[in-house]
Write a protein that binds this ligand. Structure first.
Ligand code: NAD
Length: 365
């Protein structure tokens, strides 16, 4: 096969390893704004970060799927406080918020102007991102996802590439089973979408395959609390993040936005719910590429791959049917219509249609 022209660009410095959160003290920041959710404070991480700086501000009220209102509120509170840098620590919701805040503290307006209004960030505060989940890869992507008028919307910006991602797996040891499973499934979905996206190329395919293998080998033990497996999952999630930072994601993410926005399904579960069916749907369109993936993972056929993905949900007691999350059968067409509006769905191999999405949703209803 022949690859079309492509480029590679990921300027984020990645620092990986247990205890590497200490790297923060070497950065010379004088007055950082730390953005996190309440769990991070409870885990004692804020106390630790405080010991690295003489002065710092803390905003610790991030909620899952951050809204545009919340982001604007943070920016209004800190715009005149001489913040010299932004540190996001937490799950993807905290990291995405930190990206937007670092941009808005140096630019005029509301996040809405940038998310839907076409305005562009061209400068930001220094930005460090520290994940405490092993899933989103947000620490190494130029993507931010924000809830606007009740619906999740992704945006990209060159200003969202952080200066540094500190991937310290120890910070993920406290994740409960469900967060471990759902964020691990998010990483798995990034890897598979980074592998098959129409925009994929040899670099992303290599990263995606490495990550997929690590996830298959470690997610189950990670759910059971094994520390080495959690270390490997933290790394695999970042590798998958680098892969999809070049390709963007595809149908699984497009369909997840209405599933999370309307039914509150956690992000990682929302992306994984359709994945077994999407794997089967995609297979005939990129058969030889998927056969390569199956060989690499030592899996007999695509049906077994689909079953293995579903099993990863079942071992963590995560329901696999839409009805279990309050979705009504008559809602399926609305979900499919909104999914088709996300640009990333066009990157799915095989030109997926509205009817295909309805069919996939009916199969998992
Ligand atoms: P999250 O940030 O929404 O957090 C989920 C829950 O996990 C919260 O209750 C949080 O307190 C808890 N938690 C986080 N770390 C913990 C720990 N170490 N111990 C115990 N509890 C912990 O979850 P997430 O799945 O990491 O992020 C999802 C968000 O990220 C969504 O908004 C999604 O759209 C976005 N996302 C962004 C990108 C990107 O590239 N920017 C990629 C994928 C997903």
């Amino acid at each position: 096969m022949e690859y079309p022209p492509f480029q590679i660009w990921n300027p984020v410095k990645v620092v990986y390893g247990v205890g590497r959160i200490d790297t923060l003290k070497e950065l010379g920041y004088k007055k950082p704004l730390v953005i996190c959710d309440p769990i991070v404070t409870k885990l004692g991480l804020i106390e630790k970060i405080k010991s690295f700086f003489n002065e710092m501000y803390i905003f610790s009220e991030i909620e899952p799927n951050p809204s545009c209102e919340l982001i604007d509120k943070i920016v209004t509170s800190y715009r005149n406080q001489n913040v010299d840098s932004v540190i996001g620590i937490g799950g993807g919701s905290s990291l995405d918020t930190a990206k937007a805040v670092s941009g808005l503290l140096e630019n005029e307006g509301s996040i809405v102007d940038y998310l839907v209004g076409g305005k562009k960030f061209n400068v930001r505060k220094p930005l460090v991102l520290i994940p405490t989940t092993a899933g989103t890869g947000s620490e190494v992507t130029n993507v931010g996802v924000y809830t606007y008028r009740g619906l999740k919307k992704p945006m990209t910006s060159d200003m969202f590439w952080a200066d540094m991602a500190i991937v310290d797996p120890e910070l993920t040891y406290s994740m409960p089973v469900r967060v471990t499973a759902s964020t691990g499934l998010d990483a798995f979905t990034h890897a598979i979408e980074g592998f098959w996206a129409k925009s994929s190329q040899p670099y992303t395919e290599g990263l995606a395959l490495t990550s997929l293998k690590m996830i298959f080998e470690n997610l189950k033990n990670s759910i059971n609390g094994d520390k080495v497996a959690r270390n490997n999952m933290a790394l695999a999630a970042t590798i998958a993040g680098i892969a999809f930072s070049q390709t963007r994601t595809t149908a699984a993410h497009a369909i997840s936005f209405p599933l999370t926005s309307f039914y509150g399904i956690e992000h990682g579960i929302a992306v994984a719910l359709t994945l077994p069916q999407l794997v089967l749907w995609t297979y005939p369109h990129i058969k030889s590429k998927m056969d390569g993936l199956l060989r690499y993972l030592d899996i007999d056929n695509v049906e077994t791959l689909a079953e293995m993905i579903e099993k990863l949900m079942i071992i963590a007691n995560i329901p696999t049917r839409l009805r279990d999350y309050g979705v009504k059968e008559e809602d399926i067409e609305k979900i499919a219509k909104i999914s088709m509006e996300a640009n990333i769905i066009k990157l799915t191999p095989g030109d997926i249609t509205y009817d295909d999405v309805v069919g996939i949703l009916r199969k998992i209803f």
